[in-house]
Design a protein. Structure first.
Length: 271
């Protein structure tokens, strides 16, 4: 044992890492350790006190705020484009709503624009089609009228279903009328008047023999009915444009499921 102690001391002296200039690198100072440990304790105590005093709602908000900031600061290109187009649509629709109320720039023409919109309601068209069907005596006329009635019913159901799914409100806070509730046309997207006008104009152009002035007048009527809904503040521009598209698609659907004369006669005899 006495011989081993001098050997270990000699090894410690010969070890380079035990020199004075290397001690500060190998072993941190006690003062720094104490200051760091005390700082950590104080910060830990302060954090514990803060978490105890803070409410659970504040903690949830503090956890959600960074995610919301990241979403706002780093939006996707599709999100920026969609929001920009949506803002332009709302702005232009509000500017074109010149008959939204009596205080608007064209408020005096509101009653005339509403009268134009009534020509695109589904209830008057269904009632008129039924009256013509009762008075019709030709097989060809009954066939066209029965398919027209089918097209009107499909238009009401399809538009009502799409509006219930989208649930988009108009640019102005305007309550729907009685006829709107009857046809379930209570939301903005797509515009039911526009889809109905487009479908009817295409139907008549395809199945009735009309002169060129009447054909042009029919197309102008469909456009006026659609954009009259923007003027009174019930629909956006995109609602009307999408209504025109859906109206054309409904016409194509009716052409695909067109009922022949025998089927129409059977339904008329049951009715």
């Amino acid at each position: 044992m006495p011989a081993s102690q001098p050997r270990s001391r000699a090894r410690d002296r010969n070890n380079v890492l035990n020199r004075a200039e290397f001690l500060s690198l190998n072993q941190p100072l006690k003062g720094n350790q104490e200051s760091r440990s005390s700082g950590r304790k104080q910060s830990g105590q302060a954090g514990a006190a803060g978490t105890q005093n803070s409410n659970p709602k504040e903690r949830r908000q503090s956890q959600q705020l960074p995610e919301e900031d990241c979403m706002q600061l780093n939006p996707s290109f599709k999100g920026i484009a969609f929001n920009s187009l949506l803002a332009i649509d709302i702005c232009m629709s509000k500017r074109l709503g010149v008959c939204a109320n009596t205080a608007s720039s064209w408020g005096s023409a509101r009653s005339m624009i509403n009268l134009l919109g009534i020509t695109g309601h589904g209830i008057p068209w269904i009632a008129g089609t039924l009256i013509c069907l009762v008075k019709s005596s030709t097989l060809a006329g009954q066939e066209v009228l029965m398919n027209l009635l089918l097209a009107l019913l499909l238009d009401i159901m399809i538009v009502a279903g799409l509006q219930k799914l989208a649930k988009r409100k108009g640019p102005y806070d305007i309550n729907p009328g009685l006829l709107d509730y009857l046809t379930m046309d209570t939301y903005a997207f797509p515009a039911g008047h526009a889809s109905r006008a487009a479908m009817l104009s295409k139907f008549f152009l395809n199945h009735l023999v009309l002169a060129i002035p009447l054909r042009i007048l029919l197309v102008v009527w469909a456009l006026c009915v659609g954009f009259s809904r923007v003027m009174i503040g019930r629909h956006h521009i995109t609602d009307v444009l999408s209504g025109f598209v859906f109206g054309y698609l409904q016409f194509r659907l009716v052409e695909l499921i067109w009922m022949p004369s025998n089927t129409c006669q059977m339904l008329i005899s049951i009715w």
